[in-house]
Design a binder for this molecule. Structure first.
Ligand SMILES: *Cc1c(COP(=O)(O)O)cnc(C)c1O
Length: 221
């Protein structure tokens, strides 16, 4: 099947109110261009700053780039000028550094807070306690050039559907805690980014607003 048709097939399975971020990491710009030109889809996700900078320079400005990987503070400068959403903020240190680069570029950078919801130790992310402490702290409240639009998380890589579902429920619950306690007056705090190629159906059932699909569109990496 041609690539654009594979995208359309996935799009047809995902409710219209759930955004799809086509995760194009490691894939050539020609594949992104193919989907963009044949379907008009503009949301793509990358997890390496330099790869993202390169792809941004080669593709139309209309494309909306999401950064979804662990971010080193010294790499933020490569994407700060154009990135649409940094989904993977996993420490105050990173958020502070994003704010600094946003100031240099005279813009506000939208971000999601990444939570550690999986049982694997290797996955990055905040605990709910860390986020509650951060949000109450003046040093967070002083950051004027970042905007928190929601939460992101990755479930454990497992065949155990119940475990995946429980982890997504946890993220949904964290979203509600933050919405009620800290962002009740900010309607833009509305995104729950959860679900990948193998688990997006479960994530959507559990309230996902944004799924990040790589191999399910572009094929195996
Ligand atoms: C690679 C990646 C994805 C997409 O994974 P697939 O299994 O290929 O759909 C989603 N989210 C993050 C954070 C990733 O790094």
């Amino acid at each position: 099947m041609v690539l654009a048709d594979r995208f359309k097939e996935v799009r047809a399975k995902v409710p219209a109110n759930v955004k799809i971020i086509a995760v194009s990491k490691t894939k050539p710009v020609s594949m992104i261009e193919d989907i963009y030109l044949n379907t008009g889809h503009i949301f793509y996700g990358e997890n390496k700053a330099l790869e993202l900078e390169k792809k941004h320079s080669l593709l139309p400005e209309a494309i909306n780039w999401h950064y979804i990987g662990h971010l080193q503070t010294n790499k933020i400068k490569y994407i700060a000028q154009f990135v649409s959403l940094i989904q993977s903020v996993d420490s105050f240190r990173v958020l502070y550094a994003i704010n600094k680069e946003a100031i240099k570029n005279n813009r506000v950078i939208p971000c999601l807070l990444q939570f550690h919801i999986a049982s694997e130790a290797a996955k990055f992310g905040f605990s709910i306690e860390e986020v509650l402490a951060m949000l109450s702290d003046k040093s967070f409240q002083d950051l004027a050039n970042v905007r928190i639009d929601g939460v992101m998380g990755m479930a454990t890589f497992t065949d155990n559907e119940q475990q995946i579902r429980t982890e997504f429920k946890t993220l949904f619950n964290y979203f509600n805690i933050l919405k009620t306690g800290y962002f009740a007056n900010y309607p833009g705090f509305c995104e729950i980014s959860m679900g990948m190629s193998d688990d997006y159906r479960i994530a959507i059932e559990e309230g996902s607003t944004m799924v990040r699909i790589g191999s399910g569109i572009f094929g195996e990496r």
